[in-house]
Design a protein around this ligand. Structure first.
Ligand SMILES: *Cc1c(COP(=O)(O)O)cnc(C)c1O
Length: 391
């Protein structure tokens, strides 16, 4: 992949004189808020297109731009903006592209805060509906004359069900509706939605792209004109720009993304193979690549390390017994780092709501890290032995 060439090209063009023939192997961190110009005229010229020109780091910064170029190349888009968080990216897409009176259709499992944002946007005259994975087979009935955007996750990050990206993008194109996907789970390595006709791809870089649980950031990849709209209507005004050091950490993360993802994948499969035959486990939620649409239009070329399962029975008590007995898996939010994590959507007070949305009260989600999988399995095994299930 020519990704490293982008590093070198940009470093070379920016610092050829200073380094006089020798090049740094990692890019410099441009820890500066602004850039000065030799004349006022040059500054005035740069201000004409803040999306392209480097003059103030809330708009554009060279270290961040290297990351943007790489993510853009990985997703095969035309342009990319990196944000201070995944939610910064998602909220800027909505704010940048939607107007009062518009309608958004959400498809499949959607990240909780994205739906909270959608609820908040009702106050600004932007309405929405939600469609489940089954209903996604026939979207026609859910479309309104004012539907501007179809927003989806595939797979979702609780039950990991997928929807047909090609089919949905073709349907939306015929109707003049934009499509956007949160591609955080698959990473740009395992799923490239733009190649399937999706208009906008969003990532929380806080997960696998960073990979070391030390950075919060997000990204949007799309066509040039869509990114330009998001840039001027939202990015520059929301002010959710990523800092140069965060971008540098993410560049470091990208260098090991392929080896980390293959390890997350094989570790998760080891853990799943153990859980499959365990008498206390009822369901395992993980995309099965053998059934991921027809082989010829496979959407996913790999699977990551985040999946969930249900105990055969139980609620908050059983879930918390399991979680509290884990020692290698830590208890915490988020996922995609080197460390294994465990959590449950059951918070004790929300069991009725979970049942309403079709989630078991004994659901547990694991983010399988980069540790030795046999040690992870031994940890799960001893924690499960403490759980008492009936039935
Ligand atoms: C974490 C996450 C986000 C939000 O990303 P932040 O960087 O935490 O703002 C968005 N979508 C999905 C699927 C996520 O898991």
């Amino acid at each position: 992949m020519a990704i490293d060439q982008i590093d070198i090209d940009i470093c070379t063009s920016l610092s050829a004189e200073e380094v006089s023939g020798s090049n740094p192997v990692t890019p410099p961190i441009y820890q500066t808020s602004l850039f000065t110009f030799p004349t006022f005229e040059k500054l005035v010229g740069a201000l004409d297109d803040e999306n392209k020109n480097i003059l103030y780091s809330r708009g554009r910064n060279p270290t961040v731009a290297i990351l943007e170029n790489k993510l853009c190349a990985l997703e095969q888009g035309e342009d990319c903006k990196v944000f201070a968080s995944g939610m910064g990216a998602i909220s800027s897409v909505f704010m940048g592209l939607l107007n009062q009176g518009d309608h958004v259709l959400f498809v499949n499992d959607i990240y909780g805060p994205t739906m909270q944002l959608a609820d908040h946007l009702k106050g600004f005259g932007i309405s929405h509906d939600r469609v489940s994975q089954n209903e996604a087979e026939d979207l026609e009935q859910f479309i309104k004359p004012n539907t501007k955007l179809i927003w989806l996750e595939s797979p979702g990050t609780m039950k990991f069900e997928f929807v047909d990206l090609k089919k949905i993008s073709e349907f939306a194109k015929a109707k003049g509706i934009l499509t956007g996907i949160d591609n955080t789970w698959a990473t740009p390595l395992f799923q490239k939605p733009i190649t399937m006709g999706i208009d906008i791809v969003v990532h929380s870089c806080s997960k696998y792209i960073g990979g070391h649980s030390d950075t919060i950031a997000g990204a949007v990849i799309s066509k040039k004109e869509i990114i330009e709209k998001i840039f001027y209507n939202a990015f520059l005004l929301n002010g959710a720009a990523a800092g140069p050091f965060d971008a540098w950490l993410l560049l470091r993360g990208l260098r090991t993304l392929p080896v980390r993802m293959s390890e997350h994948q094989s570790n998760a499969i080891d853990v799943i193979n153990y859980l499959k035959d365990h008498e206390k486990i009822a369901n395992i939620y993980y995309p099965d690549l053998s059934t991921d649409l027809k082989p010829k239009d496979k959407q996913l070329s790999g699977t990551s390390g985040l999946f969930s399962f249900d105990l055969v029975s139980g609620g908050y008590q059983e879930v918390s017994t399991f979680l509290n007995n884990l020692t290698r898996f830590k208890i915490g939010v988020s996922w995609g780092g080197f460390e294994s994590l465990a959590i449950s959507p059951n918070r004790g007070k929300n069991e009725n709501q979970l049942s309403e949305i079709g989630f078991s009260t004994s659901m547990i989600r694991l983010s399988v890290g980069l540790e030795n999988s046999q040690q992870l399995i031994a940890d799960i095994d001893q924690a499960l032995s403490k759980v008492i299930v009936s039935g």
